[in-house]
Design a protein around this ligand. Structure first.
Ligand code: FAD
Length: 260
């Protein structure tokens, strides 16, 4: 039995646990054979993906491939000796809205656990973090459109440390940099910048070796495909897999050198 999880915090590339689930299933089905193992996905969130239309597509793929999913479960403990994972499960009564928390144990042979994520200590101790949200994670308190600090206007944050609702991907950084650049140059010149970050986030969702969905979206959960008419975001395509395996790697490396 394979057990795949997600932390209760924000995380880099939130699609990564799903890609891992799909890939292990793909490899196992060609190795030991389909039907000879079980895949269970258990996560704190109430959906597989924050964008509703993507959640629905993934839910259908999970169903087609026979995966079991459980929502509202936060991984609390692992006993490697007995191969059992303990989760705190939160359930909300639909009528009274009263929340109950219970411990749930799940057995596993293979476990994919992602630790909770937070900003580096230097950021958390800087006094720049949000004080009324993400208090356990310390993301920087910036305006979601300008990435400018809400209390210290001379400070900007971009990349994963930015406390914005979406965007913890390298592809997002690509769209954040010109916005911050515009506002910095404007500030130096004594005027207001105009560039806006719209939450662009990209998730190349690998569903099999050789197949992926190139999912791109913004703050408003709109799909914003880079290649409309050419690459359909919610289809498992070889071309999307090729983009992830070949083109994106080169793009990310070029970004690191300031060339993309
Ligand atoms: C498994 C996985 C798959 C991913 N897949 C994709 C993908 O397909 N597409 C995509 O766009 N994104 C993907 N991402 C997300 C992407 O890697 C991150 O969003 C991106 O790296 C964020 O860049 P960053 O510079 O903000 O942070 P980071 O890349 O985390 O860089 C921060 C740097 O700061 C350093 N640092 C920390 N503290 C200090 C300190 N005190 N002093 C000096 N340096 C310090 C760290 O060592 C680190 O090198 C993936 C991430 C993971 C984990």
């Amino acid at each position: 039995m394979g057990l795949f999880t997600r932390p209760a915090t924000e995380m880099k590339c939130a699609g990564a646990p799903l890609k891992h689930t799909f890939l292990i299933d793909d490899i196992a089905s060609r190795g030991v054979g389909a039907g000879k193992y079980e895949i269970h996905y258990a996560a704190p969130q109430q959906a597989l993906f924050s964008v509703p239309i993507v959640h629905e597509k993934l839910r259908m793929l999970f169903e087609d491939r026979g995966f079991n999913s459980a929502y509202g479960r936060v991984l609390k403990a692992i006993d490697p000796g007995t191969r059992r994972a303990t989760f705190v499960e939160t359930k909300v009564d639909p009528t009274t809205k009263v929340e109950t928390k219970t411990d749930v144990e799940m057995p596993y042979d293979y476990l994919h656990a992602i630790p909770p994520q937070r900003a580096p200590g230097v950021i958390r101790q800087s006094g720049l973090s949000w004080t009324d949200k993400w208090t356990d994670q310390g993301w920087v308190e910036v305006d979601m459109k300008t990435l400018r600090h809400l209390r210290y206007p001379e400070v900007f944050a971009l990349g994963d440390v930015a406390g914005v609702p979406k965007g913890k991907t390298a592809a997002s950084v690509k769209w954040m940099v010109p916005v911050v650049e515009d506002h910095l140059v404007a500030a130096i010149e004594g005027r207001e910048g105009t560039a806006v970050y719209d939450g662009y986030t990209s998730c190349p969702m690998i569903t099999r070796v050789g197949r992926a969905m190139l999912i791109e979206f913004d703050y408003h959960n709109n799909l914003v495909p880079s290649f409309p008419g050419l690459i359909a975001p919610l289809e498992e395509l070889w071309i999307s897999w090729l983009m992830k395996e070949v083109a994106l790697k080169a793009t990310y490396n070029a970004m690191l050198r300031g060339k993309a």
